[in-house]
Design a protein around this ligand. Structure first.
Ligand SMILES: [Zn+2]
Length: 307
């Protein structure tokens, strides 16, 4: 049986929020089978649980925010991406502020944290959402158009293409295909950092945003070039970060997908619209489990590889 996964033991991290600049502590704890991933705001007078679901996403400007009542957690996508990459099904994430720490701007530190706590197999079948027919969302016309699509695939594959019209971005790879079954999430995707432009950063700061952002947790560009003295971690780091984000945004649906995701200029808002569109068409998907691991997509039964 292909089993659900949680952590062997708890683990902690401390950092600052990208937008709030606030210090925040995270405690990642094992959870029972079928718990899913649940954020818990432990700094509020009464702790509030915020389980991830497509409907829990209430804001997608700059980052993905989930809410339950008035309690929020901003910027969940990089941690969610690490959980998707390592196949973690059940996890409590205790958090002491309303934003996940940015750490180095990628999901590599989260991968390291999860792997050092160890992954535990649980006595319950892993439930997947298998996409049975194409579902697509689209917006804009011509040069402004963007779209994202899920199609049937025995495994989980993502294709992303960017188009930023910026010299430093255009000189890098514009398109990436990544198959989770390769086992190379940690090596090929997790280290890709978030990125921003100095002109936007100045405007965001004036509005009280990006207060925790800087060259140690983002790729920062002026109008012409990358300002980080060490340059890029991958030749195609920008589009790989978009794959990292998409994996996090899509994992908010609460179960791993069996599908191929293809997107052109998509972002947090469109990724969430795609999940809602899928859920709104119950005949486009079904829940499946694998009693026999040999029936599962190749690579899915193995533990995720480290670097
Ligand atoms: Zn991101």
């Amino acid at each position: 049986m292909l089993q659900q996964r949680t952590l062997k033991t708890l683990t902690r991290a401390v950092g600052v929020g990208l937008h709030s600049g606030q210090r925040v502590e995270l405690t990642l704890r094992p959870a029972q089978p079928d718990t899913g991933i649940v954020f818990r705001r432990v700094d509020l007078p009464e702790p509030v649980d915020i389980p991830i679901t497509a409907q829990a996403v209430t804001d997608t400007r700059l980052a993905s925010t989930i809410s339950a009542g008035n309690a929020k957690v901003h910027t969940v996508e990089h941690l969610m991406s690490a959980c998707a990459g390592l196949g973690i099904d059940n996890l409590y994430i205790d958090i002491t502020a309303e934003e996940v720490p940015i750490l180095d701007g990628s999901s590599a530190s989260f991968v390291f944290l999860l792997q050092s706590a160890g992954v535990e197999l649980q006595k319950a079948p892993r439930r997947f959402i298998r996409v049975k027919r194409p579902v697509e969302v689209r917006e804009g016309q011509g040069a402004q158009s963007k779209w994202a699509r899920l199609t049937p695939y025995h495994g989980y594959k993502l294709n992303f293409e960017i188009d930023f019209d910026h010299p430093a971005v255009d000189s890098t790879g514009q398109r990436v295909e990544f198959d989770l079954g390769s086992g190379n999430y940690s090596r090929d995707i997790a280290r890709a950092r978030t990125f921003g432009f100095t002109r936007d950063v100045e405007m965001m700061r004036a509005n009280g945003l990006a207060l925790g952002g800087g060259l140690d947790n983002a790729i920062v560009m002026d109008d012409y070039k990358v300002l980080n003295s060490d340059g890029l971690r991958y030749d195609d780091e920008f589009v790989k970060h978009k794959i990292l984000d998409a994996m996090g945004d899509l994992y908010i649906i609460g179960k791993p997908l069996l599908a191929e995701y293809t997107a052109f200029r998509s972002g947090h808002a469109m990724n969430n619209r795609l999940l809602r569109e899928l859920l709104a068409q119950p005949d486009a998907w079904e829940i499946v489990t694998f009693d026999d691991e040999r029936q599962a997509p190749s690579g899915f039964a193995q533990p995720a590889r480290a670097w």
